[in-house]
Write a protein that binds this ligand. Structure first.
Ligand code: AMP
Length: 254
């Protein structure tokens, strides 16, 4: 089999350094005027895809995102890091997608773009759905290698190493397949200024998500309510270990 066409799912999320606040509706978080960036686990998935291409195992890297127009910026970042082209499955402003709808949109993109490998992050740090890769593999009926900490590709033969309780598991998969990237897979590169400039000229196609088989209407999974964690109370310093033990006993911790 010739070198693989790799599709990488990249998601625009609230930047990891931002303190997330619950919005006035109580069922979402404030996004207006908040810094967004490329989800860190997607950066790792993208880096792996670019490395596969650099090693000759991948022929083409396509970054895809499901989201509103604002996700174009995320895709430009992916292009600057090394994706060859990008496709946005665009959703209308203000629409909410659940994990199933995102996976269906990605499956629609897979049918159109015909990759042999899909690389996703193991999780998005905003909604922590942590199941997009698994859902996508199920919809496509493709094998999956989740939480990969090492990936090797020789033609359509894939070897994936993943951390499991008490050790490492090694899987052999045959492409087409879906892999999700764990933190230890690699250390993503930064986009250089010349590459950011070059990325402006790379192709970025926009397809309405509705054309990809994403059902209209509200998602099946609905968030009913979000709450901020209770404010932490101030700590207390104690004189010695005996007082500490007594205090812990008093508050029923030991
Ligand atoms: P999640 O299952 O939402 O925690 O996300 C896991 C991975 O699925 C992310 O790291 C992305 O690679 C992919 N993914 C999730 N949502 C999207 C999206 N809206 N657009 C593109 N990729 C996504």
């Amino acid at each position: 089999m010739a070198a693989l066409r790799v599709l990488v799912g990249v998601k625009r999320v609230i930047d990891y350094a931002v303190r997330v606040r619950v919005a006035a509706d109580g069922g979402s978080v404030q996004t207006q005027g908040v810094k967004h960036s490329l989800n860190p686990f997607c950066e790792i998935a993208l880096e792996e895809a670019v490395r596969l291409r650099e090693r000759g195992a991948a022929a083409e890297v396509i970054a895809v995102s499901v989201g509103t127009k604002a996700s174009q910026e995320t895709l430009r970042t992916a292009l600057a890091v090394g994706a060859d082209r990008a496709v946005l499955a665009e959703t209308p402003e203000g629409s909410v997608l659940g994990p199933r709808e995102v996976a269906l949109a990605l499956a629609g993109l897979v049918r159109r773009l015909e990759p042999q490998l899909v690389l996703l992050g193991k999780q998005a740090i905003d909604d922590d759905c942590n199941q997009t890769g698994q859902l996508l593999a199920a919809i496509l009926d493709w094998p999956q290698g989740t939480f990969a900490s090492r990936v090797e590709a020789a033609g359509d033969a894939l070897t994936v190493e993943r951390e499991v309780d008490g050790g490492l598991e090694r899987l052999r998969l045959r492409a087409p397949a879906v892999l999700t990237a764990d933190l230890r897979l690699n250390e993503p590169r930064y986009a250089t200024l010349p590459n950011i400039m070059k990325a402006k000229k790379k192709p970025l196609e926009v397809i309405p998500a509705a054309d990809l088989g994403v059902p209209a209407g509200p998602p099946r999974l609905r968030i009913l309510r979000l709450e901020e964690p209770p404010a932490r109370t101030a700590g207390e310093k104690v004189e010695d270990a005996a007082t500490l033990v007594q205090r812990l006993r008093d508050c029923g911790r030991i």
